[in-house]
Design a protein. Sequence first.
Length: 603
Amino acid sequence: MGLSRTMFGVIFVFALWFEVLEGGGGGGGGVLSYDFYERTCPQVEDIVRAGLKSVSLSDPTTPAAMLRLMFHDCQVQGCDASILIDTVTMPSEMDSTKNFGIRKRETITLLKSMVEAVCPRQVSCADILILAARDAVAMSGGPQIQVPLGRRDSISFPSYSLADSLLPAAGLGVDGMLRIFGSKGMSIEESVAIMGAHTLGISHCFNIFTCLQAPQQGKAECMEPGLEMLLKLSCPLGSLTPNSSFVVNDPTSLTFDNQYYLNAMRGRGILRVDAELPLDPRTGPFVRRFGENQEDFFRVFSSGFVKLASSGVLTGDQGQEIGLEDFTPPYMAPTTTGNVTLKGVNYASGAGGICNETGIIFGGRFNMDEQIDYFANTRQDIISSIGGRATRRLLRTALFSVTMGSNDFINNYLTPVLSIPEQRTVPPEKFVGFLIARFRSQLTRLYKLGARKIVVSNVGPIGCIPSQRDLNPSAGENCVALPNHLARLFNGRLKNLVRELRKNLKRSKFLYADVYRIVDDIIQNYESYGFQNSNTSCCKIAGQFGGLIPCGPPSNICSDRSKYVFWDPYHPTDAANIIIAMRLMHGGSDDISPMNIRQLVQS
């Protein structure tokens, strides 16, 4: 249940890979810089500023729309302009209910065309969006903010369900707000300052209705009664969908000032977080300070804005996520030699496991110990090529992905007659304990060979794959209970192991990727992700769920594989894998901890 595609830039894959992460490109290398377009498009800031000013003259609400557009883009998968991508075959990021009321995307298209006329194919939409939001603040009376540039546009897009899970809810409180902005590297002070952006624009009735009509879901008890009555009159039941149903955020809704904090202190904050900010002991002092000193607010807001605009961005040649030009080459390929290995190697093997005995019925396969042996060979070849010091430096910055464990259940413990007969008498807890002990030794060995950034994926809901469904027909339409129980038992121990290794192995950065949670969410909510089938193989020969015989030449292929969660009896489709990858790249701590892969790459 691992990722079938790598989406990063040196990766070593053990069912295992390793990938070298590096930047490049543009006018300023693989990092953001304040002079990124100095040689390639020095006029870009003037062009964007003039274009935005022209649009704003005809529609004074444009600055507020630009600021909100930028905030929503940066929250989902970093500031990469993915919010501008529309698709024909499936719902896109813009279809998220939390993007209700987002406007003026066409303004970025206009600004991009103006820039292209002067500097063709030099400036990204992501940078144009950041500049437009920056200029929107200054144009409305706010601070002049200097922002580094050099972002690349994403050519992939998240589903609307991913956007729903990452964008803040209308009923968000202080705790949720601090968690979201804290993940962007902001201090509490900067988080409170960023909230001051609410001083511009409006709040749609769609977003405040829940707070008013269902207090337990989001209305702060401290809302001033007169304001609550006014809001209920302005947003009566039935005014949920039109963009025209809204209330202004404060009396100076077209001006960027500190009025937001003055309103909050008077109990006139419209949303729950607005009302809670002045009362929470962590945030209240900053609310009062910003309400008293607008220049102080401007200073801290500028700092927070730059952090938000720089969080999780694509730079250099990372145009498709942390993108590879191609798949990481397999270790056994005759061409995987010399300089090719400096970009990463894939050691993954079908049917391989943590245990040497796993998959024995399939004959030739590489277990985890063998895969690490092969990595040791690669490491020695690299040392011979570039020297020991350079190799250590390369491996410290490389990304190692380890996806192991599923086969130890599917092709070992759950098939004792075909693999290891004596397994029939081993209790699940004992078998899992053995797996964890062996995995600890293997991951420690990988660390000793130089790996530092290691993503360890847990076992997915293997009781839901087509093969297990067909092998256990008594489960009916449900997932099979025992395999999922074993996966959860293993995952609980694995999470503790990853935490233990991160604590005890100096300078290591072990991440725990909760693939079980992500895949289970896709299966349970498959229609919201754009799928039509969540339990049957697209490529099938026999079985109610197409899980009895592996995919091969005689198989029947579904007409549209993008509508299926599973490709064959065991593996997700590319469409499902992309969702998994995106959530591991950009997701919160529920999906991957203690940081996501994008943050790991930048650490």
